[in-house]
Structure formats: structure tokens, C-alpha cells
Design a protein around this ligand. Structure first.
Ligand code: XMP
Ligand code: MG
Length: 183
């Protein structure tokens, strides 16, 4: 798709590449301080968190272990149902580990609430969440997210890992999908 066609499918840019990088730098400094002297396991949720993981983890001036989990929530279209299926499980044993879940976005919170329970049952020593984006008005369950990048409105957004029908993940900014694309 050409640049002009892409622009036609997006409305406003919500968060720019520069804002994302500044914010991830701030969050990395907090994480470094909070986990000083402890081993840290970053768990990315595929596929949306790929960009956040790549950029956030490289802002950390310390050693970490990175693992990935792929889940899909049953449900129609763009809505999460909370019924989660594991598509790719972790390679790491969580027993005694300090886990930081790295996510692109918290929408209803249902996926993360399931993941939190699942990881807790595997014996992690601590579990915290870092999410680049959060939609506070869409919350169906309260998620205690220690590291939040940006609170955004309930619009469907794409870019920086986030997709619509697997497209737009490679956009450098986060933008609102134009309603005419999905309605
Ligand atoms: P829940 O509702 O369980 O959903 O918090 C989290 C997952 O849903 C996807 N999601 C989005 N994907 N633009 C996207 O491209 C959005 O605006 C959006 N909102 C939710 C995403 O995969 C997230 O991990
Ligand atoms: Mg996701």
C-alpha cells in the first residue's frame, strides 16, 4: 500500500515515535531502580508487544531474560472476550522469578487479568505489568499496571506493533484507525 493510501486509512496520530521513545526511556529508568539487584524476566505478549519489547529492553542498561507468550482471546472482531487460549507457551520456568509483562495495550483488561492469574499459578516471585498504552474508559476489570506509557481514548488504534487485520504494525507512530476502514 502506498503512503497516500495509508494516510487515508488513519485519522489522527495519537502518539508520535519521539514521544514513545522518550516515555520508554523514563519507564526503563524506573524499572532499573525498582529491580536493582534482582534478576528480571521480561515476558512479551505476541504479536503486538514486539516493538515495545525491542525498544524498551534496549533502553535498559542491565541484563534481562526475554521470553514470549502468544495468546488469543475468543470473541468476535475487535472485542476481547476474556476466554483466552495459549497459542505459544513460555520456554521459561517461572518458579521464583521476578516477571515484568510487556504489553502493547490494555483495553478491557481481560487478557491481562487471565495472564496474571496464569503466571501467579506457576509460582513467580513477583509479577508486574508494563503497557505502552491503556484505555481507561474501556476497562472491564481493574488491572494494577505499574508502568503505563500513555492513557488514550477508547478509539481503535494501530501502529507500533498494533494491527488492524495484521496490517499497520510497522508504522512508527500510534494512530487512530479511520472509522470508514472497519465500518
Ligand atoms: P483486552 O481487551 O483483553 O485486549 O485488554 C488486549 C488486546 O486486544 C488488542 N487490542 C487492540 N489492538 N488496536 C489494536 O490493534 C487497539 O486499539 C486495541 N485494543 C485492544 C491487543 O492485542 C491487546 O493486547
Ligand atoms: Mg496484544
Amino acid at each position: 500500500m502506498r503512503a497516500a493510501d495509508i494516510a487515508d486509512q488513519l485519522s489522527t496520530v495519537l502518539v508520535t515515535e519521539e514521544q514513545i521513545h522518550d516515555k520508554l526511556g523514563e519507564l526503563a529508568a524506573r524499572v532499573e531502580a525498582d529491580y536493582a539487584g534482582k534478576d528480571l524476566l521480561l515476558i512479551g505478549v505476541l504479536k503486538g508487544a514486539v516493538m515495545v519489547m525491542a525498544d524498551f529492553s534496549r533502553k535498559l542498561r542491565r541484563d534481562v531474560v526475554i521470553d514470549w507468550m502468544a495468546v488469543s482471546s475468543y470473541g468476535a472482531g475487535t472485542k476481547s472476550s476474556g476466554v483466552v487460549q495459549i497459542r505459544k507457551d513460555l520456554d521459561t520456568d517461572l518458579t521464583g522469578k521476578h516477571v515484568l509483562i510487556v504489553e502493547d495495550i490494555i483495553d478491557s483488561g481481560l487478557t491481562l487479568s487471565w495472564l496474571l492469574e496464569n503466571f501467579a499459578s506457576r509460582g513467580a516471585a513477583s509479577i508486574e505489568i508494563l503497557a505502552l498504552l491503556r484505555k481507561p474508559e474501556a476497562a472491564k476489570v481493574e488491572i494494577d499496571c505499574r508502568y503505563v506509557g500513555f492513557d488514550i481514548p477508547t478509539d481503535f488504534v494501530v501502529g507500533y506493533g498494533l494491527d488492524y487485520d495484521e496490517r499497520f504494525r510497522n508504522l512508527r507512530d500510534v494512530a487512530v484507525l479511520a472509522p470508514h476502514v472497519y465500518s
